[in-house]
Structures are given as structure tokens and as C-alpha cells.
Design a protein around this ligand. Structure first.
Ligand SMILES: Nc1ncnc2c1ncn2[C@@H]1O[C@H](COP(=O)(O)OP(=O)(O)OP(=O)(O)O)[C@@H](O)[C@H]1O
Length: 408
């Protein structure tokens, strides 16, 4: 267990030469970072390399160490080992205010006695690259109001007169207006209603596109938010990285069930691999399994949208088959259908495997009748199926540490 193991640093994976090569091209580079709280290791062996202007989302459940990571990058917490570089400068032991970093805290941190305008003025003058004049400060404030679609009428108001969502947007403006090299956003959509959050995500994406010089690290537990915002997603669990990749890579080819479940709504289906192979041995020949795992440590991931219902086989096919056109086909009973507004959510029971998990499918097909209990054939392109590990072996993480601190 990560939380109980002796606190020691493991040799880092990157060789010194490759680190130096990366330094010149990355705005933020983290190597082998470990962070402790008292005697407990909260984050371990964390690596990240982001190009200038890249938008990275760190995705993970509550308590996995996301805020701890941001606080350490910002210089508010010490690193137990490893290094952090910003624009090629090692800042691991540099004090917070001398790092070129802006942090949007998870909870508001606005001065209660200052107006919104005064707050933004102070933030603007904290730019490490030079103090702007009063005119420039005013121009920056006006520009930030437009960029984040903030109401100028808020400028003379104090924080307590704004709603939680309004304060959150002002706090984001305060973080961005400094134009830091690295902008750290801790759950920026928290306390904001869905429509406002969608607008804010669009505005943030615009800011990110317009400013090549600012690199973003945004943390969230919301997979949809991650998919929408990220150039790169880092999926974390128990203080460790499970997988890093583009949203498409992570969505299509997760390396374990926790990563598979982190993205996608409704969640993906996960079928025990040994059961799949027992009921459909032919499928095994068409699938690639990650090496080093036995079948009872693997699951078959099926995204709900990959499932198509077709007319039941006329010749009464009851066993699963792999067709010549590369479809895995098997009989199902439709147990439930819900209209999600345009697309439908279906619950399917595999015939002959009544003890195994139900399948969720989403479809735009309007031809599925609403009555339940009817029999169908279900088909899925084999190319869209993925075999994933139930949990990652440590060698797959490339470390000698164990991931497994109990999450709250
Ligand atoms: N000051 C502290 N002292 C001791 N342990 C702490 C402290 N702050 C956080 N922790 C622990 O560190 C772990 C990671 O907390 P952290 O706030 O980084 O998680 P998180 O992923 O940001 O969670 P959330 O999404 O709920 O904010 C948790 O187990 C938490 O209890």
C-alpha cells in the first residue's frame, strides 16, 4: 500500500541526457515527483512533460492527489523527491512567488475587503515579466472581462456580493490575468451550473488557443470535462499515473479498467475475459491481450456506442459468432429502453449468460421498438473491442513502486 510503505525515492526512469534534451522544448517538465503529507506518500513517481501552450487535464477520483500535485507545482508544498522545471528552469526548490505559475484554488481565495477590480489590478501587477502601467492594467482587465464574458458591473463589487459561480469566474480571471507561464486550475468548473460551465469551458478553450505561451494543467474528476478540454489527459489513481495520452488514445485504448471507466458516459461495459472466451472461443483468436496477464486478470471493454442491434438471426442462432465481416455477434434480450433525447439507452441481457453483467448500449436507431423482453442479435465490430487489465501490474507503470493507497 502506497500510504504504508517506507518513504523512499526510486531511481527515475529518464536518463539524464534525455531529460536535458526535453528541457529546452517543454514549458513544464516533472520527473519522478513524490509528495508526502507527514509520513504518508500522497503522490509518487509522477512524470509529465508539456509543450508551451499545451492543455493537460489530470483526471482522477476524489482523494487521488490532484490538488496535492498542483500545490507542489505551485511551490506551496515541498517535493519529497523528483524535480519540477518551468521553461527549462529547475524550480523544485524555488519559492512559490518566484515561479511563473498561476493557481486557481479549489476553494475561493479572494480578498474579502477588495473589489473585483482591485483584485484583478493586484493580480495583473504580479506578472513576473514586468509590472504593467495603469493604462495597460486597465486594458488587460477589459480584455479579460471580454474573454471570460464577465459582467463589467461586477468590477466595483466585493466578493461577498457575488454568487459562488460568479466568484469562481472572477477567481479564474485573477489567475489568467497574470499571464503565467503555467496555469494550474483546480476543479475550475466546481460550483458552476451546467450551462455556465459549458460557456466557461468554451472561453477557457479560446484563451488556451489564443495564448501559445501559457501551459495549462487542469484537474478534475469529470471525464466529459477532460475529453472536452484536453490536448493530453493524465489519469491518476492512488497518487500514481495510470496512463497518459491524447483523449482519443485514452478513450479507445485504456490500459486498465480504472482508465476505461474514467471516460465515457454511460460507462463502458467490462466483461470478464475468461467468461468471454468460454462462451465465444473464436473471438479470442481475433483479440489482442496485453502480455503478462492471465485471462482472469483481464476484461473485455465494450463502449456502449459500439453496440448495434440487428434483427434476430432467422435460423435461431443462439451461440456467439465472429462473422466474416469482422463482427462479434450474439443473441440478447432487450430489458429496458430509455430515451435520452435523440439517442436511446438500452439494457441488454446476453441469452445463455443470464448470470453475467448486463450490457449498456447507446444508439440513434429509431427502429428499436419500445417493448422490452424482445429478442435481438447484438453486433460489435471486433476492431472496436479492447482487452484491458483489471489492474495494472507495476511493471506496466515502469516503476518499482506499488500503486494502491486506499482512497477516501
Ligand atoms: N493537509 C493534509 N494532511 C494530511 N493529508 C492530507 C492533507 N491534505 C490532503 N491530504 C490527503 O491527501 C490525499 C490527496 O488529497 P487531495 O486533496 O490532493 O486529493 P484530490 O484528488 O484533489 O481530491 P478532491 O478531488 O476530493 O479534491 C487525500 O487522501 C487527503 O486526505
Amino acid at each position: 500500500m502506497l500510504g504504508n510503505q517506507p518513504l523512499q525515492c526510486v531511481p527515475h526512469k529518464l536518463h539524464a541526457t534525455s531529460r536535458r534534451q526535453l528541457m529546452s522544448t517543454h514549458s513544464l517538465e516533472i520527473n519522478g515527483l513524490a509528495i508526502d503529507r507527514g509520513s504518508t506518500r500522497i503522490v509518487d513517481d509522477f512524470d509529465l512533460a508539456l509543450a508551451p501552450g499545451e492543455y493537460c487535464v489530470v483526471l482522477g477520483p476524489s482523494g487521488c492527489g490532484k490538488s496535492t500535485l498542483l500545490h507542489c507545482i505551485a511551490g506551496l508544498l515541498d517535493a519529497a523527491c523528483g524535480s519540477i522545471s518551468i521553461d527549462g528552469r529547475d524550480v523544485t526548490h524555488v519559492m512559490a512567488r518566484k515561479r511563473d505559475v498561476g493557481l486557481l484554488f479549489q476553494h475561493d481565495t479572494m480578498y474579502p475587503h477588495l473589489t473585483v477590480e482591485q483584485t484583478l489590478q493586484i493580480a495583473c501587477r504580479a506578472n513576473l515579466n514586468g509590472r504593467p502601467s495603469a493604462t495597460e492594467t486597465n486594458q488587460k482587465i477589459q480584455s479579460m472581462l471580454r474573454t471570460l464574458n464577465l459582467d463589467p458591473a461586477w468590477l466595483p463589487r466585493r466578493p461577498e456580493t457575488l454568487s459562488g459561480g460568479q466568484r469562481r469566474r472572477v477567481a479564474l480571471a485573477k489567475t489568467l490575468i497574470r499571464e503565467p507561464s503555467v496555469c494550474l486550475l483546480d476543479e475550475p468548473m466546481a460550483a458552476i451550473d451546467r450551462l455556465a460551465a459549458e460557456n466557461l469551458m468554451q472561453h477557457l478553450a479560446d484563451v488556451s488557443r489564443q495564448t501559445d505561451s501559457t501551459t495549462f494543467v487542469h484537474v478534475t474528476h469529470d471525464g466529459d470535462e477532460a475529453m472536452r478540454m484536453a490536448d493530453k489527459i493524465v489519469v491518476m489513481s492512488n497518487g500514481c499515473i495510470l496512463q497518459t495520452g491524447t483523449p482519443r488514445e485514452i478513450y479507445q485504448s485504456p490500459n486498465c479498467t480504472a482508465v476505461a471507466l474514467a471516460l465515457g458516459s454511460p460507462s463502458c461495459n467490462l466483461l470478464p475475459m475468461d467468461e468471454v472466451l468460454r462462451s465465444s472461443p473464436k473471438l479470442g483468436e481475433a483479440l489482442q491481450s496485453p502480455p503478462g496477464y492471465s485471462n482472469n486478470e483481464l476484461a473485455l471493454m465494450i463502449r456502449p456506442e459500439a453496440i448495434e442491434l440487428v434483427e434476430p438471426d432467422l435460423n435461431g442462432q443462439t451461440v456467439p459468432t465472429v462473422t466474416e465481416t469482422g463482427m462479434w455477434r450474439f443473441p440478447v434480450t432487450l430489458l429496458e429502453q430509455r430515451d435520452l433525447g435523440g439517442r436511446h439507452l438500452l439494457q441488454l441481457q446476453r441469452i445463455g449468460l443470464e448470470d453475467s453483467p448486463l450490457l449498456s448500449a447507446t444508439t440513434f436507431q429509431n427502429s428499436i421498438p419500445s417493448e422490452t423482453g424482445t429478442r435481438w442479435s447484438c453486433q460489435i465490430p471486433v476492431a472496436q473491442l479492447r482487452v484491458v487489465a483489471e489492474s495494472l501490474q507495476h511493471s506496466a507503470l515502469g516503476t518499482s513502486t506499488t500503486c494502491g493507497r486506499t482512497e477516501s
